[in-house]
Design a protein around this ligand. Structure first.
Ligand SMILES: Cc1ncc(COP(=O)(O)O)c(C=O)c1O
Length: 313
């Protein structure tokens, strides 16, 4: 997450904050694992994360059902067992939100083997689960999103035959960390990776879209995380008359794009103002249309997608 763009209280931890842990609400300070836990020492934890917005009748989540389904899918892809089903996880999210009196912020669901292991690599027990509901200092304002700069990373996206890239596994973020670090060290906000096949994949924690000749293009699934925001944009854009294509994109095509933006749950659409040494309109006309579409959905102004905002109270 781009620290400059988030209002989440990353560095302050109120003693009142509560975490739902395996069915019990505990303080955030108490929500810890042993250093030798499998989740920490073998990086076997998995997670999902989504944004919560203030709604007319209380907080609402952006497509919590899809995020919870993706968590279930992540566990399945890795042969791990979750201790809770989707309905129970949604209840846990609601409890965490209520306990923290949260109207706006981020929910992070983390599942992991909390038990200590030294050599044992494959565990069979169901994963522990923690649900964090972390409030914004002030409500997120989608209108205030700033354009970003992006570069092509020297690091390739993990090959899908080495680990399932569709799994939201903490271990996959070592790749994302390197990509972001590389970009930041070159003065860019975010890095975008090519796959080992040379086609554009995604950023560290964001999907990428380009616009060429008024067509909105994004890399196909299979090499990237199945992003809920990406899926939502692909579902909504055609209804605004925007032509979309999920298609392999070469580095040369990305460099010749008319417009580019990244997307992820926290900040729905971030226009790219500079890609490598190319200046781009940010937002360009198609990106602006996508931003307006997503912002209208988030502000309850688009009935067609009203069920994407799910009440949590
Ligand atoms: C690698 C990667 N790609 C894309 C995304 C965007 O996914 P979503 O829209 O579900 O937030 C994320 C978000 O965490 C990510 O980590």
């Amino acid at each position: 997450m781009n620290a400059k763009e988030t209002q989440i209280k990353e560095d302050s931890m109120s003693i009142d904050e509560k975490v739902w842990l395996n069915g019990t609400l505990i303080s955030r300070q108490a929500a810890v694992v042993p250093l030798l836990s499998h989740g920490f020492s073998r990086a076997s934890a998995i997670f999902d994360v989504f944004r919560v917005y203030p709604g007319p009748g209380g907080p609402v989540a952006f497509r919590a059902d899809a995020h919870i389904r993706r968590l279930m899918k992540t566990a399945e892809l890795l042969g791990m067992k979750l201790a809770y089903g989707p309905g129970e996880i949604l209840q846990a999210v609601k409890e965490a939100i209520r306990a923290n009196d949260m109207q706006s912020g981020m929910v992070k669901i983390l599942a992991y083997w909390g038990q200590e292991t030294l050599l044992e690599l494959v565990l069979d027990s169901p994963l522990d689960m923690a649900v964090f509901a972390i409030a914004d200092d002030k409500p997120f304002d989608p209108e205030a999103v700033k354009p970003i700069s992006a570069c092509l990373s020297k690091w390739r996206k993990i090959h899908p035959e080495t680990v399932p890239v569709g799994a939201k596994a903490c271990a996959n973020y070592l790749n994302g960390y390197l990509v972001r670090k590389d970009a930041n060290s070159r003065g860019y906000d975010v890095g975008l990776s090519l796959g080992t096949d040379g086609f554009l994949a995604e950023g560290s924690i964001e999907s990428v879209f380009i616009v060429k000749d008024n067509v909105l293009k994004t890399p196909p699934l299979g090499r990237i995380l199945s992003s809920i925001t990406r899926m939502s944009i692909l579902e909504a854009a055609p209804q605004a008359g925007i032509a979309i294509r999920e298609v392999p994109i070469t580095a040369a095509e990305a460099l010749a794009a008319d417009e580019m933006f990244t997307s992820y749950t926290s900040i729905k659409v971030s226009p790219v103002a500079r890609f490598e040494d190319h200046d781009l309109p940010a937002p360009g006309p198609v990106t602006r249309q996508v931003m307006e579409l997503m912002n209208a959905i988030l502000q309850f102004k688009d009935e067609r997608f009203a069920d994407w905002l799910q009440p949590l109270s």
